[in-house]
Design a protein around this ligand. Structure first.
Ligand code: PLP
Length: 400
């Protein structure tokens, strides 16, 4: 049996067309995009073309796209680039609002801001993993400068009401940032002045979650938003991100954006959602004491996060890996850590149930055969581990 990959939220493979688009830029067209000679001009034209492709995916201006090294840098740039620890005229500290379910790229950046004399509020979520607009309204202060709330959660796939949340931030005079790393290429995103995301000022994308290479991403920065660069050097990216452009990576991301724009207009997203549903329903039909984390909330079409009571997620990940199926327990960045997922515990799962949760994340490359093969493996692996579990189905001993 071919190995089955169901960990697309950790990373996705390059599409062959993306690889082919990048290929000439390794050796033949190696120029520095800032050089004025022909070699440089060729590289510059490729970077500009990629910027246009991303602008088309996001319905924004090409000049609002800043290339970075990936999602982590873009998230950090959004926070550190827009906030200063200055006190207001009335002596209040700068205030930022984010959530308790963000990726660590935002969560840890926000914790670092706290150490720089900036006040941070971490909003709680509901049991479905949703951030309530009322909670944001209640948390806003006169000195709230930035609100950062992710579009789709990397562990559960739960999608937030971003348009409503961004409108609330704007009405209060705060900037709004969203991390769309797990939604880009999976859902339509429209940042145009009259589009649903018109109140979003800053937005993060990572290449390797959408079939482009690792080490490249973008931060969308809406025109008129002042951004202080984190790195100081050349005047690249209109002085918003210094450093010679990663031309090959940028070309790959541009090509991936073109492919995503076309795919979003096909039946692809519906088919992907149907595969995800087939997987979830197939598991729930065969495995008792299991359930979907985030059930009932809007979710991106590729992500299924399920708990299997009386099973250790790590043991199940290893058991499935040995059978040829790659999945993940919690987010990949936390693998190896024994702490239960901060997202699942924020949703109110007990640490034990959070540690019994597995993420299956599909991609547009996943096939129905692969889903069916996975369905043939998962129930047996769960049953085997439960047989070994001291807490499962054992009769309670009563004293005579
Ligand atoms: N944001 C989210 C929601 C993610 O899932 C990830 C990666 O898992 C990142 C940010 C970080 O992106 P990168 O790996 O490009 O640094």
């Amino acid at each position: 049996m071919q190995r089955i990959y169901m960990d697309a939220n950790a990373t996705t493979p390059l599409l062959p067309e993306v690889f082919e688009a990048m290929r000439p830029f390794w050796i033949e067209h190696f120029g520095n995009a800032s050089s004025i000679h022909q070699h440089g001009q060729h590289a510059r034209a490729a970077v500009d073309h990629a910027r246009d492709s991303i602008a088309r995916l996001l319905h924004c201006r090409a000049s609002e796209v800043v290339f970075t090294s990936g999602g982590t840098e873009s998230d950090n740039l959004a926070l550190f680039g827009t906030l200063t620890p200055e006190l207001s005229p009335t002596g209040e500290k700068t205030h930022v609002i984010t959530t308790s379910i963000e990726h660590h790229a935002v969560l840890h950046a926000a914790e670092s801001l706290e150490k720089r004399n900036i006040d941070v509020t971490f909003l709680p979520c509901t049991s479905q993993g949703l951030i309530e607009p009322a909670a944001l309204i209640a948390a806003i202060r006169p000195n709230t400068k930035l609100v950062s709330i992710m579009y789709a959660n990397n562990e559960t796939g739960v999608v937030q009401p971003i348009a409503a949340l961004a409108a609330i931030a704007h009405a209060a005079g705060a900037l709004f940032h969203t991390d769309v790393v797990q939604a880009a290429g999976k859902v339509a995103l429209d940042l145009s002045p009259h589009g649903p995301l018109k109140d979003v000022d800053l937005l993060t994308i990572s290449g390797h979650k959408m079939h482009a290479p690792k080490g490249v991403g973008i931060l969308f920065v809406r025109r008129n938003v002042r951004l202080n660069p984190m790195m100081h050097g050349g005047s690249h990216e209109r002085q918003r991100r210094a450093g010679t452009e990663n031309v090959t990576g940028v070309v790959g991301l541009g090509k991936a954006a073109e492919i995503a724009s076309a795919w979003l207009k096909t039946e692809g997203p519906d088919k992907l959602a149907a595969l995800r549903d087939r997987l979830e329903q197939g598991i729930l039909a065969q495995v008792a004491e299991a359930g979907i984390n985030g059930a009932g909330a809007p979710r991106v079409s590729n992500t299924a996060n399920l708990y299997f009571d009386h099973v250790e997620a790590e043991a199940l990940v290893i058991a499935l890996d040995l059978k040829g199926l790659s999945v993940s327990g919690g987010s990949a960045c936390q693998s190896g850590a024994t702490e239960p997922s901060h997202v699942l515990t924020a949703m109110g799962l007990s640490p034990t149930r959070a540690r019994a949760s597995i993420r299956f994340s599909l991609s547009k490359l996943t096939t129905e055969e692969e889903v069916d093969q996975a369905l043939a493996l998962i129930p047996a692996a769960v049953a085997h581990l439960r047989d070994l579990s001291p807490t499962y189905n054992k009769p309670t001993l009563t004293s005579a």
